[in-house]
Design a protein around this ligand. Structure first.
Ligand code: IVH
Length: 673
């Protein structure tokens, strides 16, 4: 290892402090003072220095990106058990709680309470040793939780090192709720809808699902947040009250509840709760109530615990956001992946501060199960999931004039056939050119793993779509430079670059194209398998499912879906048009019409990192064509990490896992056999 010059060490530490401060301003205070670009610049500068000198302090923000995937979570015992709270469902029940507290304390005096929103997320314990985040554990059964340290480290709002307080306690366990804010939740579900992944029912499930990922790089992408509100075991510090503790948390750069009040006497507490409930629809996170705690820690100790709940705290549960209204009509709505969802058009009704006029009915199984009809009076709820749901039909209000709403026979947008896959609840439109789907289809087509058309990211696809330049799938290859020059975001050079990138994509590999088509169930891997077995695109025309099922690893679902796609007249017509527009795919898996013999990389998984002499995409295609698999992240199963210059965390991970690292020369040797 190189010795680190003192000035470099200082520079690294200064950058870390600086970036951590910006993190805190951005994620905790919500008040950034520098631009994202400037932040990225600092971050890269730090990354480069750390790599060059091999000096990575524990509190470095570069360590928040996630680490190698785990096999399972280890169990950890909480030093102090993590208990739950009793509930109060009415103001009267709160008064009873206050009476109990006073009786127990043998005091007539009004008690001082604190009031905080009750976050609807996942309870978490953060263990800090000598001021550094040493572990994070889920609540589990209250006594034993799961070690999710690497995942939690990716949550930017959580300090990796305690700042701003003196002295730093030798050990302190801080508790709180990990949650996903509503905007992030909606974004996540939208993107899951596009990639055909199951949606999360509410932000709590999304947060829990994201924390319990064995691959922490997934957690890192999920943008979780935390609100700290509680104390576990401590060594070397004490707090007089909950309010003191919250103040300390703030000083030490921890994220705390968005609202925090002190109040003497239960009546004041109730006033505050009413205020929070009024604010509830405007809060950026999901809250299902308020938590009331006796402020004074001495009194908390006197009150103690009964079985698994503290006597000094209680959760007040807000009423569910519900209302009764009329279903005026039901319409089918086509999503961006072709899924057809029945939507109830409601007589507008205010629920929890928002006027609701539509509600998803999810699918036709759900309509049948709840026997929902046009003209029905129903109970609608806006729960954690923001999207209103019909809970139940009020049968007594039926007049006999209600009408059933059967699934449509054709797509209401493009008229294509509709399919319902066996075992699935959703009906889907099969049209490649369905306007409801074109935008998303093209976005996927141009994306990195697919045709990799540089400059055609999400924003530009939307721009081209909104300006009417792409209505059909094949319109992409009809775009002319002068069309682009009319658009706000393009100048001479950028327009030319995009035209060149689109042109280049015409020569992509069959494997990439098959993936880019976005056929249901055909992912990158399946597309590669297909390209190993079918030489040309036309070989797939009028495909029978049995033909595909001969390929080992390909199952019936995929085969059926693929066959359906390649038997649809309209789709085949579009493919022919693409060819007329110049699409000319290559297939490196075939030589002179013959399947290539097993390649020298057969069965190997290779991860590329850093800057190499050839473009990454070219290397990935090469690996695939030689029988290998080019993966994105390093795990124990990785055969080699091919590292170029400025290789980053993947190199680090490879070293940690003992995966063999090779340079380009060694790689060339291997592929030459
Ligand atoms: S204090 C000893 N404060 O609600 C009890 N809990 O229903 C310590 N929760 O397990 C809990 N927001 O996961 C507390 N501001 C808040 C909270 C909160 C959400 C969760 C927590 C707890 C559950 C009980």
């Amino acid at each position: 290892m190189k010795t680190i010059p003192t000035d470099i060490r200082k520079q690294i530490e200064k950058l870390i402090a600086e970036i951590n401060e910006h993190n805190y301003r951005y994620y905790v205070l919500d008040a950034p003072v520098i631009s994202d670009a400037e932040y990225d610049r600092l971050f890269r500068q730090l990354q480069k220095l750390e790599e060059e000198y091999g000096y990575i302090p524990v509190d470095s923000p570069t360590q928040r990106v996630g680490a190698a995937a785990l096999e399972k979570f280890e169990k950890v015992k909480h030093t102090e058990p993590m208990l739950s709270l009793g509930n109060a469902f009415s103001h009267d029940e709160l008064r009873e709680f206050d009476q109990r507290v006073k009786r127990f304390l043998k005091s007539e005096q009004d008690v001082e309470y604190t009031v905080e929103p009750k976050y609807d997320g996942l309870a978490m314990e953060l263990v800090y040793k000598k001021g550094v985040l040493a572990a994070a554990a889920t609540r589990g059964d209250g006594f034993v939780g799961e070690d999710v340290t690497t995942n939690v480290r990716t949550i930017r709002a959580i300090p990796v090192k305690i700042e701003g307080v003196h002295p730093v306690p030798e050990e302190i366990d801080i508790r709180g709720e990990v949650y996903m804010d509503l905007r992030e939740f909606e974004k996540l579900n939208k993107s899951r809808e596009m990639s055909e992944d199951a949606l999360f029912a509410n932000p709590r499930n999304a947060a829990a699902g994201s924390v319990r990922q064995l691959d922490s790089s997934i957690t890192a992408k999920r943008k979780l947040h935390m609100a700290c509100y509680g104390l576990g075991a401590t060594k070397g510090t004490e707090f007089k009250s909950q309010a003191d503790f919250i103040d300390w948390l703030k000083k030490a750069h921890f994220p705390t509840p968005a609202r925090f009040y002190k109040a003497i006497g239960i009546d004041k507490v109730i006033d505050i709760i009413k205020k929070i409930e009024e604010e509830r629809p405007k809060l950026p996170f999901e809250t299902d109530g308020a938590v009331i705690k006796v402020n004074d820690v001495e009194l908390q100790k006197q009150l103690g615990y009964k079985t698994r709940e503290p006597r000094w705290a209680i959760a007040f549960k807000f009423a569910a956001h519900q209302a009764t209204t009329l279903i005026q009509d039901i319409i089918p709505s086509v999503g961006r992946t072709g899924t057809i969802t029945p939507i109830a058009l409601l007589k507008p009704v205010p629920i929890g501060g928002v006027t609701v006029s539509r509600s998803t009915l999810h699918n036709w199984d759900e309509i049948d199960r709840k026997d929902i009809r046009i003209g029905d009076t129903v109970v609608v709820e806006r729960a954690g999931d923001v999207i209103p749901h019909v809970i139940t039909v009020i049968q007594e209000k039926r007049t006999g004039g209600e009408r059933k709403f059967p699934p449509p026979q054709h797509c209401p947008v493009c008229g294509s056939d509709i399919e319902r896959e066996e075992g699935e609840v959703a009906y889907r439109c099969l049209g490649l050119n369905c306007e409801a789907q074109v935008l998303e289809k093209i976005r996927h087509y141009a994306s990195r793993g697919a045709m990799d058309i540089e400059g055609l990211g999400e924003k530009n696809v939307e721009l081209l779509y909104s300006k009417g330049l792409i209505k059909h799938f094949d319109d992409l290859y009809r775009i002319k430079k002068h069309d682009l020059l009319d658009l706000p975001r393009f100048a001479e050079k950028s327009a030319q670059n995009l035209i060149d990138a689109i042109e280049k994509s015409k020569k992509a590999t069959l494997a990439r194209f098959l993936y880019a088509l976005g056929v249901i169930h055909v992912g990158e891997y399946a597309a590669r398998l297909l390209a190993k077995n079918f030489e040309k695109l036309e070989d797939l025309y009028q495909l029978r499912p049995e033909q595909v099922m001969e390929i080992k690893q390909i199952g019936e679902k995929l085969a059926t879906s693929l066959a359906k796609f390649f038997n649809d007249k309209e789709n085949l017509h579009t493919l022919d048009t693409l060819k007329k527009l110049g699409l000319s795919l290559s297939n490196p898996d075939f030589v002179a019409g013959q399947k290539k013999q097993k390649g020298p990389l057969e069965g190997m998984t290779i991860v590329i990192t850093g800057t190499l002499s050839r473009p990454r995409q070219e290397l990935e295609d090469l690996i695939e064509s030689l029988g290998g698999h080019a993966a994105g992240s390093v795990s124990k199963k990785t055969s080699y990490v091919l590292a170029g210059e400025e290789a980053g965390s993947k190199l680090e991970k490879a070293k940690n896992l003992g995966v063999k690292v090779i340079n380009e020369m060694e790689f060339d040797k291997i592929i030459k056999g």
